[in-house]
Write a protein that binds this ligand. Structure first.
Ligand SMILES: Cc1cc2nc3c(=O)[nH]c(=O)nc-3n(C[C@H](O)[C@H](O)[C@H](O)COP(=O)(O)O)c2cc1C
Length: 337
C-alpha cells in the first residue's frame, strides 16, 4: 500500500466511525444509577444507536477505586459506546482518560454539565461552565492524550446561571479539537426545572462545524422529530424519557421513517420488568438486583391502575419470591381490570 492509499484508508475508517456515531443517531443519555451495562443492552435491543456509561470520576480512576471498573466495563454488543469522565483538573482528567483508553471505547465524553451539589462543589461537572479557560485546558490536554484514537465529545449545559457564555464555550471546545458536543440547554441553576431551550441547540448548530447532539425533554416520538426539525442537530440524546420506557427508541425510528408507531401494552411492560430483573440478577445477584429494580418499577408502571400499591409492596420486600409474586398478581390484575 502506498503512503497516500494508507492515509486515504485511515481517513475513510475515521470518517465511517464518526458517521456511525454522530449522524442521524439516537443516543441513550448517561444516567447515573440507571444506565448500567444491563439497561444499556436493553436500550440497544430496542433501537438505541449510541450509548454512554454513567459518569466516572477521574480521581477514582487514578486511585484505582474498584467501582470505576464496574462503571467502565461494557460488552461488545453495546458498541458504539462512549465512556464518560468527570473531574476538575486537566491533568487528572487526562490521566483518567489514559486509564479509560484501556477499555477501548468508541469515544470518550467529558461531563461539563452535571448540576448536582456533590459534583459542582468540587469544581467538576457544571461548575466548569463558569471557567472557559479551564474548559480550554481540559479539552486541549484530553485531545492530546486521545491522540486521534477515537472521538472526544463534551457534554454541556447552556451555562452556570445564564447562557451568555454558551457560544464562547462551544467555540473553545470546537477549536481545541473535540469531535462533538452534547448539549442539554438548561443552565446549572435551573437543574431540571422549566423547559430546555431548544433554540440554543439551533444557535449552537448554526455556529459550529462539529456535530451537535441535542438533548433535553424528549419524551415522545413527536418530541424527537420536533427537536430534529427545530434545531437541525446531527443526532438526538434521550435520558429520562427512556427510563422504564426503552421502547421509545424503536417508536422514534418508526415515527421518523413511517410517521407511525405502536404503543406498548402494559403486560409487555411487566414482562420487561421480569426480563430486566433476570439480566440484573445474573450480573449483580438477586439482592442488589431487587433493590435496583425498585428504582425502575415506578417508571415501567407509570399510569397503570394500582401501580402505587405495587411500588409500595416491592419497596417493602427483600424476598425475591414475594417480589415476583407481586408482579405476577399485578399482571393478572391488569388483565382482569
Ligand atoms: C438520574 C439522572 C442521572 C444523570 N446522570 C448523568 C451522568 O452520569 N452524566 C451526565 O452527563 N448527565 C447525567 N444526567 C443528565 C442526562 O444525561 C440528561 O442530560 C438530562 O437528563 C436531560 O435529558 P432528558 O430530558 O432526556 O432527561 C443525569 C440525569 C438524571 C435525571
Amino acid at each position: 500500500m502506498t503512503l497516500f492509499n494508507g492515509v486515504i484508508q485511515c481517513f475513510s475508517v475515521c470518517y465511517l466511525k464518526m458517521n456511525s456515531i454522530f449522524s442521524n443517531k439516537t443516543w441513550l443519555a448517561p444516567l447515573a444509577g440507571y444506565t448500567d451495562t444491563v439497561y444499556r443492552k436493553i436500550c440497544k435491543s430496542m433501537g438505541a444507536d449510541v450509548v454512554m456509561s454513567e459518569m466516572i470520576s477521574a480521581d477514582a480512576l487514578i486511585y484505582k477505586n474498584p467501582k470505576t471498573k464496574i462503571l467502565a466495563e461494557f460488552d461488545e454488543e453495546e458498541r458504539p459506546i462512549g465512556l464518560q469522565i468527570f473531574g476538575n483538573d486537566a491533568h487528572k482528567i487526562s490521566e483518567g482518560i489514559k486509564i479509560l483508553k484501556e477499555y477501548q471505547p468508541d469515544f470518550i465524553d467529558i461531563n461539563m454539565g452535571c448540576p448536582i451539589k456533590k459534583i459542582v462543589k468540587n469544581g467538576s461537572g457544571g461548575a466548569l461552565l463558569k471557567n472557559p479557560e479551564k474548559i480550554k485546558e481540559i479539552v486541549s490536554s484530553a485531545v492530546k492524550v486521545i491522540d486521534n484514537e477515537f472521538p472526544l465529545t463534551i457534554k454541556i449545559r447552556s451555562g452556570w446561571n445564564s447562557d451568555e457564555s454558551l457560544l464562547e464555550i462551544v467555540k473553545i471546545i470546537e477549536s481545541e479539537g473535540a469531535s462533538g458536543i452534547c448539549l442539554h440547554p438548561r443552565t446549572k441553576t435551573q437543574m431540571f426545572s422549566g423547559k430546555s431551550n431548544w433554540d440554543l441547540i439551533r444557535k449552537v448548530k448554526e455556529k459550529t462545524r462539529i456535530p451537535i447532539i441535542g438533548n433535553g425533554d424528549i419524551k415522545t416520538p413527536e418530541d424527537a422529530k420536533k427537536m430534529v426539525v427545530q434545531t437541525g442537530c446531527d443526532s438526538i440524546m434521550i435520558g429520562r424519557g427512556v427510563i422504564g420506557n426503552p421502547w421509545l427508541f424503536r417508536q422514534i425510528k418508526n415515527y421518523l421513517q413511517n410517521k407511525t408507531y405502536n404503543s406498548i401494552l402494559p403486560s409487555k411492560k411487566i414482562e420487561m420488568i421480569f426480563l430486566h430483573f433476570e439480566k440484573l440478577k445474573k450480573k449483580i445477584g438477586s439482592k442488589i438486583a431487587l433493590k435496583s429494580m425498585r428504582k425502575f418499577i415506578p417508571y415501567y408502571t407509570k399510569g397503570m391502575k394500582n401501580a402505587s400499591k405495587l411500588r409500595q409492596k416491592c419497596n417493602q420486600t427483600s424476598d425475591e419470591m414475594r417480589f415476583i409474586q407481586y408482579l405476577l398478581d399485578f399482571k393478572v390484575g391488569l388483565k382482569n381490570g
